[in-house]
Design a protein around this ligand. Structure first.
Ligand SMILES: O=C(CO)[C@H](O)[C@H](O)COP(=O)(O)O
Length: 148
């Protein structure tokens, strides 16, 4: 689960009960990331920290040895469907925001190893085929990246 919400503390239990096995929350949305990371561990979840486009990756450093994932937003927070911000690419690890198959390909080639897509899937007539396409372009780019 990528929780682009305020007060991420209040959703750990509800999503655990519903079967989530990972919890990614916004660093900017909590005053106490360490407590929230621990809370997720205690609920058996993998933990990810997400940052807005303008937040330096240095802010992830204090938590890096406690994280399973780090996510860089490639849109400003808000609603889905915004344009992918290519200039965030140098930060790419895990990305979200405007990730269609073309953006996914570019992110994977830049070294991202996980992507989160919403609009590219739910706004299509055939979500299954675009999901498969996203999987294929990511795995091809990741394979190429690992051979370089
Ligand atoms: O959290 C968000 C914006 O705050 C987006 O909903 C999330 O990044 C998915 O974006 P998209 O619809 O572009 O795939």
């Amino acid at each position: 689960m990528y929780m682009m919400v305020s007060k991420p503390e209040q959703w750990v239990k509800p999503v655990t009960i519903r079967g989530a096995n990972q919890y990614i929350f916004q660093l900017e949305a909590t005053e106490n990331p360490g407590t929230l990371i621990k809370d997720n561990w205690e609920n058996g979840m993998k933990v990810g920290l997400a940052i807005k486009p303008g937040t330096s990756v240095q802010y992830l450093a204090p938590w890096s040895n406690q994280l399973d994932m780090a996510l860089v937003m490639t849109v400003e927070p808000g609603f889905g469907g915004h344009k992918f911000m290519e200039d965030r690419m140098p930060k790419a690890i895990e990305v979200t925001g405007g990730i269609d198959p073309d953006a996914a390909h570019r992110c994977a080639e830049a070294g991202a190893n996980m992507t989160v897509s919403c609009s590219a899937i739910v706004r299509r007539q055939d979500p299954r085929s675009v999901t498969n396409l996203l999987r294929n372009v990511c795995s091809e780019a990741a394979q190429k990246h690992s051979l370089d």
